[in-house]
Write a protein that binds this ligand. Structure first.
Ligand code: SAM
Length: 263
């Protein structure tokens, strides 16, 4: 996959993209990341990339022309031009999987008070937020997106690091993981994991995934998952059972209102 990051601060990426799994993916050519600096697409002596907002107000706004020219210098017909923005659709594992199937991502990082809205309207094909908070610039957001997408590309994670069972990959949180020693400060690893019985281990993991999701993220529980958990003789506390049941009722109500709206 090819990724072009449009940024005024390409140096910020050296650390995160030079290390570990992402560094290796780049080195092996599975991920090709380049940087385009909008400042290189200015025509005035001061290489100006921002200006005062029309209508007044604090801060500076990134001018459209350097951003349009920077993107157009690398865009191809199959490119997705994604504006980093706190107003965008909120990034998730599902969106990471969707982007991992694309050929070429162009991630546009805003700074200062943001970017001229014509960039969003006429240049970007997508607008993504990494969460409901405001960062000083889009660079950290672009790093988060590249990291989450890159590890889903074929061959980036070894078999031992497979992404299949992880939190959010199948709508559930991951089961608890343990490594040696079998007992640490008096806290033992659950005996089943030492049993060597693969079928029992798989069942235990599924059940713990369901329980953990119901306890920690009841909003992720669907009616089907809640029914599976109930059938499974849950060990949840009463309050967690109540929260899971409430989340399942909400999910069912949401699903039926979606159906009503589409019908
Ligand atoms: N004034 C803007 C607003 O209220 O929406 C915020 C601008 S922010 C200080 C500067 C830049 O950081 C944005 O243009 C965007 O590229 C990036 N940014 C900030 N928060 C973000 C988030 N949650 N997700 C993705 N990008 C973000």
């Amino acid at each position: 996959m090819r990724v072009d990051v449009v940024t005024l601060f390409p140096e910020m990426f050296a650390g995160p993209f030079g290390q570990s799994i992402i560094g290796r993916a780049i080195e092996q050519g599975r991920l090709d990341v380049s940087f385009v600096n909008p400042r290189d697409f200015t025509s005035d002596r001061h290489r100006t990339v921002d200006d005062y907002p029309y209508g007044g107000g604090p801060g500076m706004v990134m001018k459209p022309e350097p951003l349009f020219l920077a993107v157009e210098s690398v865009a191809r017909p199959a490119s997705d031009v994604i504006l980093m923005s706190p107003a965008g659709r909120v990034f998730s594992q599902l969106i990471a999987a969707e982007l991992a199937r694309r050929e070429h991502l162009i991630l546009v990082c805003g700074h200062y008070e943001g970017v001229d809205d014509r960039v969003r309207e006429h240049l970007a094909t997508d607008e993504i937020s990494i969460g409901d908070y405001v960062l000083t610039g889009g660079e950290l957001a672009a790093m988060v997106i590249v990291d989450a997408v890159a590890r889903l590309l074929p061959g980036v994670l070894g078999h031992a690091e497979s992404a299949g069972d992880e939190s959010h990959s199948r709508g559930l949180l991951e089961y608890p993981q343990y490594t040696r020693p079998p007992e640490f400060r008096g806290w033992p690893v659950p005996g089943i994991l030492l049993s060597g019985n693969h079928g029992e281990v798989a069942r235990w993991r599924r059940r713990r995934s369901l329980e953990r999701t119901a306890e920690q993220r009841p909003d992720l529980m669907t009616p089907d998952l809640a029914a599976e958990l109930a059938d499974d003789g849950t060990r949840l506390s009463r309050s967690a059972q109540k929260r899971a049941a409430r989340a399942a009722r909400l999910a069912a109500a949401e699903a039926s209102s979606d159906e009503d709206q589409s019908g």
